[in-house]
Design a protein around this ligand. Structure first.
Ligand SMILES: [Zn+2]
Length: 159
């Protein structure tokens, strides 16, 4: 990290640049999830005590505090529960504007966050009208998959 002080303005600012490269240990559960994505499979874990289904998968149920006990493959479609629009992009992300959605895949108890495309963001277009509560969305797979979350390139409205 490098910093540069700017004291010439009335309200001082400080430019900050972080350039971080690091490896994340995925662990057994997330490794299996990522391998599933590489194979165009959305894998979830389940809890037999409370019948919750987790995607992204969890090794333990957050309600029962019991280990999850089984893998299942979920459909590639779900319901867009909520979204927000990013009007400014960032390095490594899609070109803005785009929507970030919380998607409940069919059969899942939890929400999966991902990009939602196929939305008209031109001035005058009403994004809320295009993505009303309960909009059905489906996963669009990346052509080249490497076992990471962007193996699902994004979600798009169905129909
Ligand atoms: Zn449970």
């Amino acid at each position: 990290m490098t910093t540069t002080a700017n004291t010439e303005t009335a309200a001082p600012t400080q430019a900050v640049h972080w350039d971080l490269h690091y490896d994340i240990h995925l662990g057994e559960t997330w490794s299996q999830f990522m391998e599933g994505l590489r194979q165009k499979k959305i894998l979830a874990t389940g809890c037999s005590s409370c019948v919750r289904v987790f995607v992204p998968p969890q090794a333990y149920c957050e309600s029962c505090f019991e280990p999850t006990d089984g893998w299942r493959e979920l459909p590639h479609e779900g319901t867009l529960e909520v979204f927000t629009v990013a009007w400014h992009g960032f390095t490594g992300g899609p070109q803005a504007p785009y929507a970030i959605g919380a998607i409940r895949l069919d059969g899942a108890s939890t929400l999966l966050m991902h990009w939602v495309v196929g939305v008209d963001f031109t001035p005058g277009a009403d994004v809320r009208e295009q993505l009303p509560f309960g909009t059905r969305v489906r996963a669009v797979w990346a052509e080249e998959r490497t076992g990471q979350i962007l193996d699902i390139a994004h979600f798009e409205p169905v129909g």
